[in-house]
Ligand binder design. Structure first.
Ligand code: VGL
Ligand code: ZN
Length: 218
């Protein structure tokens, strides 16, 4: 249904980054985010205001180091020290080419130009769409966004306190203006992670906005 379409935003400079709208993060999924499905219609509507949209997909090998099942005696949601730092051990999720790794079928962003798959290296996680968790291996997204003339990255999706927050912080560090659209995101909130994520984003100069605040800038 298309009534009252949002005005198109300035092309090129404003990019909408839609993070991990995949079945394993939906209610009933392997790493379910409470009410994660509620972001889908909000993002569909928002995306009409952007001429440039990039999607991300969490995309792990089954042997991935972030899966508790790959560490004898470990349970999901425990912490583990890995060579690159502290890692949450997750349930097996978003295994490459499985139904749980697919984008939600009701996500309608036909004009999305790029899908960044992340977390594909077996020995390092990647919450961020920009930099893997070793904080050294780039995904290439910052270079892509610079090449196409992007200045402001608007972020929506799952989960607010992990992949959205890490992507927002790295986008700032890469020199972009960044806004996180809070009602187009939902959180995992593990041991206070959501409050910490908003504090870190705010300290880094990430704007916290709502979908209805987004107006034409052209
Ligand atoms: C995510 C935990 C593990 C996310 C991905 O998309 O926020 N969280 N993998
Ligand atoms: Zn993951």
């Amino acid at each position: 249904m298309r009534n009252d379409p949002l005005p198109k935003m300035k092309p090129v400079e404003d990019v909408l980054l839609v993070v991990d709208v995949q079945y394993d993060f939906m209610p009933g999924g392997a790493l379910a985010v409470a009410n994660g499905d509620e972001v889908v219609p909000v993002i569909n509507r928002l995306a009409r205001a952007f001429s440039h949209v990039v999607l991300t997909q969490d995309w792990h090998p089954r042997s991935h180091v972030s899966f508790a099942a790959n560490h004898a005696g470990r349970e999901p949601f425990e912490m583990m020290t890995l060579p690159y730092g502290e890692q949450v051990l997750w349930p097996v999720h978003c295994v490459q080419d499985t139904p749980g790794a697919a984008l939600h079928r009701d996500l309608h962003v036909p004009h999305a130009r790029l899908v960044v798959r992340k977390g594909h290296h077996g020995h390092v996680d990647s919450y961020s769409a920009f930099l893997e968790a070793d904080r050294a291996t780039p995904t290439g997204l910052a270079g892509y966004l610079r090449d196409v003339g992007a200045k402001h990255v608007w972020i929506a999706g799952l989960a607010t306190d992990y992949c959205v927050a890490w992507s927002a912080l790295d986008a700032r560090a890469a020199g972009f203006e960044v806004s996180v659209i809070e009602d187009a995101c939902r959180a995992i909130d593990l041991n206070g992670s959501l409050g910490r994520a908003w504090e870190e984003m705010s300290a880094a100069g990430v704007a916290r906005v709502r979908a209805n605040d987004i107006k034409e800038t052209a």
